[in-house]
Every structure is written in C-alpha cells, then in structure tokens.
Design a protein around this ligand. Structure first.
Ligand code: SF4
Length: 228
C-alpha cells in the first residue's frame, strides 16, 4: 500500500475552548472531547473528573512515557517515506488504489468527538481503522476508542465503504482484535458517547471504580478521596 502523510484538510469549523473543563472544546456550538478519553472512562470515570474538572496534574507513568516514545519512532519513520497529501485527495484516490496513513485526524461535531487515528488503511473495498495498544487484550475501553474513531470517520466523510475497527499490539503487525462497524456497534458507541457528554454537562455522576487494583496503579491515587 502506498504511504500517504495527510497534512491538509478542507474542514473549517468554529472552535473554542470550554470555559471550565480542561481539554474539552466547543466545536460548531457543541461540546467535543478527545476520543482517547473513552479509554480513561473505561478505567475509572473519576479520573476524568480529577484531571479535567478539578484540573489536577499528575506525572506520566513509565508505561505512558515508553508508549509515547515508540509511537513517535513509528511516526518519524513513516513521515520519512510518505508522500504529503490532503485528506480529501487521499480519500478520493483510495477508491481506486489502497493507501496507508498514520496520525489521521478525524472530527465529528455532531457527535462531539475528535482524535487522531494511529493508522488507517483506505482500500477500494473497505476502510480499516487501527489503534496501537500495549499487550494483546481487547478491553471495552480500548474497543470503544476504536469504535468512536470509526463513528467520527463515517460522520466526517459520509463514505459508503465498509469500515472495520482494529486493535494492534504496539510495535508489531499483530491485529489482535478486529470488528466490522455495524449499525448495532454504532448505536452502542453513541450511547457511551452520550454518557460522556452527560458527565461533562453535569447531568450524570462520575462513578469511581470499585476495583482496588486499578486504584493501586492510578496516577491520581494521592489526590483521590475514593482511592481504595
Ligand atoms: S484512585 Fe481509584 S477511584 Fe480514584 S481516580 Fe484513581 S482509579 Fe479512580
């Protein structure tokens, strides 16, 4: 597959920072959160409260630092070889010839989500959206993250090709989970995204985990009144 470095987009939305929730934006008049927050929500919703509502800062864990370093290496290597193109051109050309891109930005003002897809394969017959993760276990939180990328891509492009979401073991070619983005999957992820918006607009409570093992490894445990 030809490697294409997507550097331009024709979208031009009105974007503002949310006045009180750190990292939340208002895009086209609606709250919009980074899709990676779904991963935190699956771990413990109270982490979202501490980090983004209370603004508590906490150092990255060694796992996070290591993950970011591998991620950057892969991205730098990709950029050296890839041709620079626009998102729209990549979409159009992929209807005839498959291509692969990394760090592909997607945004859906309708659903209030945005983020960067680690890797996307645009093929004439289908789109495959891949997120790199440490380990080989698909968790609900990581699957939800990929489902949200699929939703944002579908809403942003209106493309009619089949979409698949996949998780890959970081630094390898091992796709250890792959799922077609069906109507049922779309309904399910929209429900979770609605819950996230409910947390930030104050209509739903941030529920702390009851799993002491999660608290033990949590980088906010010293600031959390629910730590077990
Ligand atoms: S210490 Fe436990 S309850 Fe508190 S934010 Fe961390 S994981 Fe959640």
């Amino acid at each position: 597959m030809e490697q294409k470095n997507i550097t331009e987009y024709s979208i031009n939305y009105e974007i503002k920072d949310h006045p009180s929730v750190k990292g939340l934006q208002i895009i086209e008049g609606k709250s919009n959160f980074p899709i990676s927050w779904l991963n935190k929500q699956g771990y413990c919703e109270y982490q979202l409260y501490l980090e983004h509502m209370k603004g508590i800062e906490s150092p990255s864990t060694p796992e996070m630092t290591h993950g970011s370093a591998i991620h950057k290496q892969l991205e730098d290597a990709f950029k050296q070889d890839a041709k620079k193109v626009s998102f729209e051109q990549t979409m159009e050309e992929s209807k005839n010839e498959a291509s692969m891109s990394r760090e592909c930005f997607v945004v859906s003002p309708n659903n209030g989500i945005r983020g960067y897809i680690d890797e996307i394969w645009m093929k004439p017959e289908e789109i495959v959206i891949i997120d790199d993760k440490p380990g080989r276990s698909p968790y609900e939180s990581t699957m939800n993250q990929v489902r949200a990328y699929c939703l944002a891509f579908k809403d942003m492009t209106g493309d009619k090709r089949k979409i698949k979401g996949a998780l890959r073991e970081r630094g390898t070619e091992n796709l250890f989970w792959i799922e077609p983005f069906t109507e049922d999957v779309e309904k399910q992820i929209k429900f979770t995204i609605d819950r996230m918006h409910g947390l930030f607009d104050g209509t739903k409570p941030f529920i702390p985990t009851r799993n002491p093992k999660k608290c033990h490894s949590c980088r906010f445990k010293h600031d959390c009144e629910h730590a077990q």
